[in-house]
Design a protein around this ligand. Structure first.
Ligand code: C5P
Length: 219
């Protein structure tokens, strides 16, 4: 099977609060995006890689990642993914992997690809939730707890998320703009999503705290 990986890297990184967009922030001597792409290549899944970046960073990205296809992203993550999808014409299995998860181990890519090849239309890596979860209600000076949610059946889901080409196209055909991941779009059109074990190293760099941890891990 021909495998492609779309890497959405067109976010602004407002929550991280650095000068550059998140994917272009330094992580131990190279950008988060370069680390992420090296991780995909080192995973040994022999994939065609498409990176999606903000318009103003296309030329720079082509310099950083020679040989990788680079396209312009959109205002929302799902628009960026669709821009990437247009560049994956020949692929039968398509993974979508956030640039913001540069430390994802090779085994996770392998598990996701294998599960798609085994017949699952959509596959996500998931981890059990360790914290106690409470649903809250807004309040004047403090939120109040409405209930404690049973965490046993919950999974924290990451990327790479893998799809058959047909499933990913269907998922994105009717995007109401609310889903925070591609599997969410697939679910809404009735596609069954399989969960394979994720890895804590697949965490997303969102805040300064995450960036500190990531820098410690690569040092
Ligand atoms: O904001 P968040 O960290 O959840 O974004 C997940 C991934 O989606 C990031 O790698 C980010 O660069 C990407 N993204 C994108 N286009 C957007 C917004 C986010 O490619 N418009």
């Amino acid at each position: 099977a021909r495998v492609a990986v779309i890497v959405p890297a067109a976010g602004s990184g407002v929550r991280l609060g650095e000068d550059s967009p998140k994917a272009f922030v330094d992580l131990g001597g190279s950008t988060i995006l370069e680390r992420c792409v090296s991780g995909i290549i080192d995973a040994g899944i022999d994939a065609f890689v498409v990176v999606v970046v903000p318009a103003g960073l296309i030329a720079r990205t082509r310099q950083l990642l020679p040989g990788v296809t680079v396209v312009e992203g959109g205002a929302h993550r799902s628009e960026s993914v669709r821009a990437g999808l247009e560049a994956c014409a020949g692929a039968d299995v398509i993974l979508v992997h956030d640039a913001a998860r540069p430390l994802t181990p090779p085994e996770v890519f392998g598990r996701v690809v294998d599960a798609v090849l085994a017949g699952h239309e959509a596959v996500v890596p998931g981890l059990p939730v360790v914290d106690t979860l409470k649903r809250v209600l807004p309040g004047a000076d403090a939120e109040s707890v409405a209930e404690t949610v049973d965490r046993e059946p919950l999974r924290a889901v990451a990327t790479p998320q893998g799809f058959t080409r047909a499933a990913l196209l269907r998922a994105h055909a009717d995007d109401a703009g609310l889903a925070t991941d591609d599997a969410g779009l697939a679910e809404r059109c009735g596609i069954e999503v399989a969960v394979v074990p994720g890895d804590p190293l697949g965490f997303k760099i969102t805040t300064q705290w995450d960036l500190r941890i990531a820098r410690m891990l690569v040092s």
